[in-house]
Design a protein around this ligand. Structure first.
Ligand SMILES: Nc1ncnc2c1ncn2[C@@H]1O[C@H](COP(=O)(O)OP(=O)(O)OP(=O)(O)O)[C@@H](O)[C@H]1O
Length: 268
């Protein structure tokens, strides 16, 4: 019996990388930050994006989600070429991703609950009661107490801000989340707890994760694969073991330095 078209479509989507970037160039004025980036993010993986400060990790994230216009190349998300997509198709794809920006980027005039509800207001017609229920569920998922719902960002610790921002990023039950330096500013225990939370959410929600990070512990414990940016391109990609064998001077210094060795030691 012939396979139904819908089953074929599902199988095709499963086999396609969640993010496929080819020949990507982006920059500001005369400055080209990304020159030729090729990158795949596979379904269900946590990909860590590393690189020296200023190499364009955040710019790459922001270009993939369309906040920075690209100069050249192609970005496909869930098999949709974001340049060729019409408004409806774009919105359908955007609804399937969540973003945790560096420093959380919560709205300071809104409570935690209202912050989590921002994407719900934008993309759904949920009743106020349902929105409250969803917000409380997301709070619980990220390990925040119900009392945090009515606090303002200025009343939160750094770790709580990250968790609240994560709750907002998963408000629409995304399939993909982008995390920009999620553990920066957290103490080592807070950072480790946050890595655990990401791993738990990936397992329970079936997420694919694109994570910009400098945190060697996160790279060792949470990431399945790593892509290293430099000179406007991906210098190397692979598992952390493969990165440790890389010969590029920056990679050798980064993955072979004392902090990396300490992170590797803590892995076992
Ligand atoms: N909106 C902007 N306008 C002009 N230049 C920008 C803009 N955003 C980023 N840049 C420049 O692009 C380059 C890459 O910035 P980006 O924030 O992506 O670096 P990064 O690799 O994430 O660095 P870090 O690890 O320090 O966060 C930097 O030189 C930065 O100054």
């Amino acid at each position: 019996m012939a396979e139904p078209a819908s089953a074929r479509a599902i199988a095709a989507e499963q086999a396609t990388p969640v993010i496929r970037v080819r020949g990507l160039a982006a920059g500001f004025g005369d400055k080209l930050v990304l020159k030729n980036v090729d990158l795949d993010v596979r379904r269900g993986e946590i990909l860590g994006v590393v690189g020296a400060s200023g190499t364009g990790k955040s710019v790459l994230l922001r270009t993939i989600i369309g906040l920075v216009p690209k100069r050249q190349g192609r970005v496909e998300v869930f098999g949709t070429d974001m340049d060729r997509a019409d408004t409806d198709q774009r919105q359908r794809v955007e609804r399937r991703w969540g973003v945790l920006f560096q420093h959380g980027a919560l709205f300071s005039s809104l409570t935690v609950k209202q912050n989590i509800q921002v994407p719900l207001r934008e993309h759904t017609t949920f009743s106020p009661r349902l929105m409250d229920e969803v917000a409380m569920l997301k709070l619980e998922l990220v390990g925040l107490k119900p009392a945090a719902a009515d606090l303002y960002p200025s009343e939160l610790s750094g770790g709580m801000i990250k968790r609240a921002a994560l709750a907002r990023s998963i408000a629409l039950d995304p399939d993909l989340i982008f995390l920009d330096e999620p553990t920066s500013g957290l103490d080592p225990i807070g950072a480790q707890d946050f890595d655990e939370l990401i791993l738990t959410l990936r397992r329970t929600l079936g997420l694919t994760v694109f994570m910009v990070t400098h945190d060697l512990d996160s790279l060792a414990h949470a990431c399945d694969r790593i892509a290293a940016l430099g000179d406007g391109a991906v210098l190397a990609e692979g598992t952390i073991a493969e990165m440790r064998r890389a010969t590029h001077p920056w990679l050798k210094a980064y993955f072979g330095g004392p902090r990396a060795r300490a992170a590797a030691g803590a892995e076992v």
